[in-house]
Design a protein around this ligand. Sequence first.
Ligand code: CUA
Length: 171
Amino acid sequence: MTPFDEAFHASAERHERAFIVCVIVMMALLTVATMFYVVHDFGLVTTTQSFHSDPTAAEREVAAADTGRVVKTGPNSYAVHITGKAWRWTPGVIHVPEGAEVTFYVTSSDVLHGFEIQGTPVNLTAVPGVVGTVKYTFHRTGVFRIICNEYCGMVHHAMIGQVIVDARAAE
Ligand code: CUA
């Protein structure tokens, strides 16, 4: 090897090492950014979801009585029974306080609707005769739109509700 070859080789190795370091740093940044996004915007791990295909008579009664109301079930937890019907959600506007853990019981009284709360991982299908359950904790105040993401006819696109998360009054 000539001195030139050696110098070239050493410089190539330096560049290669620098390149590898860059890639590792980029991967680390990407991982951190992804975790941050998932945890902060989507409230990871607070969502549980299940379907109950054969509610008992008692459960039906409770659901019927509570439809449209936000029911307080604990110090910071709430339950809401929501029915989708072409082309609206009932209740259409839901108020909960900041930090509330809300369990949504979702069903449909006609066709399939898609119950999705934008900006959250809440997304389940509203099925006639079936009660779907999904739980979510609203950590920040603001208006979250409930949309229908399952085509259900002419006015499907306007089947929009709201979850309004209110700031807690100073205590
Ligand atoms: Cu309801 Cu689309």
